[in-house]
Design a binder for this molecule. Structure first.
Ligand SMILES: Nc1ncnc2c1ncn2[C@@H]1O[C@H](COP(=O)(O)OP(=O)(O)OP(=O)(O)O)[C@@H](O)[C@H]1O
Ligand SMILES: [Mg+2]
Length: 271
């Protein structure tokens, strides 16, 4: 591991490239009818870091992901990415800025093959407009070839080359989760958000997933936010951990600080 571990509330915020945290969540609040899913949630994510987002079922983790990726617009508060206010930006604009994610319930085109699913992730940054693509002008054909080559490289990198032309619906759950990760990487993200990537995976696959996340972070410098209930994985992979409890921030710190926090142990980590 690189020497990224620090202590204090700014843990993980020091490797920024442009003098500011990559992501700033400021006093975000969101309700669904009478349910206050998020209350006054603030934290920062440093560029190049891995942040774990943990908390009991219903704590608001996925809702927060939806606010950051643009699926939900929070009722109150602000979200800044790379120094700009993205609160009003659509999902597509946010992926264009470099925010990619996977979903808690795998969301793929089940009847397309793996390669085509991964290619979908490249759309956010495709430079060829639909007019050119529609007329099949040479630029778009070259672009398409380049994208396919790149998608195949990502698949090979994740050990998925042998299933590139298989229909997604026929694949085991763990492999489909890997395909979602490949699709997210195809967007060449600056921030990769993973919602429970280890859920439902057998133990051996959790270990290799942890290694993959670390490698994605270290080799490509991609900032990661990881929602996980798998504490072994969170504590071994993350530089910073944010704990949510009933929609509120309970603690922010290094894995060690959070594990030693009495409130966190009582509310979430247990005996
Ligand atoms: N679209 C929605 N409509 C109504 N209530 C919602 C909606 N999405 C989330 N909620 C509620 O908001 C709260 C937070 O839910 P959320 O899915 O964000 O939790 P979570 O931390 O991701 O939980 P889990 O670990 O089970 O995935 C819960 O009370 C949930 O029932
Ligand atoms: Mg969730």
């Amino acid at each position: 591991m690189t020497g990224v571990h620090t202590t204090g509330p700014e843990a993980g915020v020091e490797r920024r490239r442009d003098g500011e945290p990559l992501l700033e969540v400021e006093a975000v609040g969101m309700s669904f009818g009478g349910v206050r899913a998020l209350k006054d949630v603030s934290f920062k994510v440093g560029e190049g870091s891995i942040t774990g987002l943990i908390g009991s079922n219903g704590a608001g983790k996925s809702t927060l992901f939806n606010c950051i990726s643009g699926i939900y617009r929070p009722d109150t508060g602000g979200i800044r990415f790379a120094g700009r206010d993205i609160l009003g930006a659509r999902v597509s604009a946010r992926s264009g800025l470099g925010i990619s994610r996977t979903f808690q319930n795998v969301a793929l085109f089940e009847h397309l093959n793996v390669l085509d699913n991964v290619l979908v992730g490249g759309h956010a940054r495709g430079r060829v407009g639909f007019l050119r693509a529609g007329f099949r002008l040479p630029g778009s054909i070259l672009e398409e070839r380049r994208m396919r080559r790149e998608a195949l490289e990502i698949l090979a990198d994740l050990g998925l080359e042998s299933v590139a032309y298989d229909e997604v619906a026929a694949l085991p759950y763990g492999t489909r989760k890997q395909v979602e990760l490949a699709r997210a990487l195809m967007g060449r993200p600056r921030l990769l958000m993973l919602d429970e990537p280890a859920a439902g995976l057998p133990h051996g696959e959790v270990t290799s997933l942890a290694g993959e996340i670390r490698r994605i972070n270290e080799e490509f410098g991609i900032t990661v936010i990881l929602v996980e209930h798998h504490m072994g994985m969170v504590m071994s992979v993350c530089h910073q951990v944010v704990v949510l409890d009933h929609g509120r921030i309970l603690a922010v710190g290094t894995p060690r600080e959070v594990q030693e926090d009495r409130g966190v142990v009582e509310a979430y980590l247990g005996g």
